[in-house]
Write a protein that binds this ligand. Structure first.
Ligand code: ASP
Length: 345
């Protein structure tokens, strides 16, 4: 296991003190992320981008900005990078387009915003925030979401912005596999048969869930959580996962904020993000107890993935049931921890 602890701002020494509280935690997706498949170069690139995202959010918090602004700053960095399945790096749908989903929730007043199936918004988390702050709604989808957010000065780009050879190759690999699966089943009609396997193909081929997320705690003690994704490679029929669904992929209240990553269908069924908050509120569980229980429930039903959670006291928990999860956090005094492999921090 590689553990990175970088003291960026030497504001205070930790010796002999209780651990500094965490103010921002992020993830860049979970999945079959194995050290043996990783080059040092790639590993360094992920670490550098995660660090940049943490620092962007941290700087916002240091400047007295809100937890929503810190989540936005951190997620924007990852959305602008081709390394993650969100924004610039969003995966291809079956029709060789991008359909991106994002959501945000503000804990103190339980305001929330989300967009699903958007194809021209450079930073879908910005659109989710616009829905939360500027509309009477919680979720807008497709062209309607684009029309609304364009009026809110959210950056719209040409769809060519999202195109990349790497992601296209990934789609082709998945599609080849799918054809083989259909041939094997004796069904070459190419029509969706409603089976989960058809949606699962990309996970069989390339088990990485590159969604991004962030949870922040600001100087007023307010928590916000956000998630942004391109969803599943080769998805069809306007499939939407858990990421834009408040309670499933994202949730925040006065106690805790949660952002999830993994096989969305399972995260929707177990209402994962809200389940963490509910266990803390109704069963008085600690953050760690609640998050471990929720991931164990996911494992029971076969739902692969993980989550990041941050409570009002600055405790953090980052459990997952996959080989790895890109993740990191920064404390109040600027200590950064970034990890990729193995469970638990
Ligand atoms: N949860 C996302 C979805 O199912 C995928 C991911 O986390 O990478 O759309």
């Amino acid at each position: 296991m590689r553990l990175f602890i970088l003291t960026i701002f030497t504001i205070m020494s930790f010796s002999g003190q209780a651990q500094d509280k965490v103010v921002l935690v992020i993830h860049g997706g979970a999945g079959t992320i194995l050290k043996k498949n990783m080059t040092e170069e790639k590993e360094d690139a992920y670490e550098a981008k995660l660090k940049e995202a943490l620092l962007a959010g941290y700087e916002a918090l240091q400047a007295g900005k809100t937890s929503v602004e810190a989540v936005q700053a951190a997620i924007n960095v990852m959305e602008d990078s081709p390394l993650f399945n969100a924004g610039k790096g969003a995966v291809y749908t079956n029709a060789e387009t991008q359909e991106m989903d994002a959501s945000i929730m503000r804990g103190q007043d339980k305001e929330a915003g989300a967009v699903a199936g958007v194809s021209t918004i450079k930073n879908p988390i910005d659109a989710a925030i616009a829905v939360m702050e500027k509309s009477d709604h919680v979720m807008l989808t497709g062209e309607g979401a684009e029309e609304f957010t364009e009026k809110q000065r959210v950056t719209i780009v040409d769809t060519s912005y999202f195109k990349s050879d790497v992601r296209l190759k990934q789609l082709k690999r998945v599609q080849d596999h799918e054809k083989a699966v259909l041939d094997h089943d004796g069904d070459d009609s190419g029509e969706f048969d409603g089976s989960e396997n058809e949606f699962n193909v990309d996970y069989i081929e390339d088990k990485k869930f590159g969604t991004v997320g962030a949870v922040a705690l600001d100087s007023s003690g307010n928590i916000a959580a956000g998630t942004s994704t391109g969803g599943m490679t080769n998805k069809r029929y306007n499939r939407v996962g858990d990421s834009p669904i408040i309670g499933a992929g994202t949730y925040a209240n006065e106690l805790v904020g949660v952002s999830c990553t993994g096989h969305g269908e399972y995260f929707i069924r177990n209402v994962v993000a809200y389940d963490v908050a509910a266990l803390m509120e109704y069963s008085n569980m600690t953050l760690e107890e609640a998050t471990e229980k929720v991931i164990a429930k996911q494992t029971e039903i076969g739902g692969k993935g993980g989550l990041i959670a941050l409570d009002k006291d600055g405790n953090v928990s980052l459990p997952f049931n996959t080989a790895g999860m890109y993740r990191g956090y920064i404390t109040e005094s600027g200590e950064i921890v970034i990890e990729i492999y193995e469970a638990g921090i």
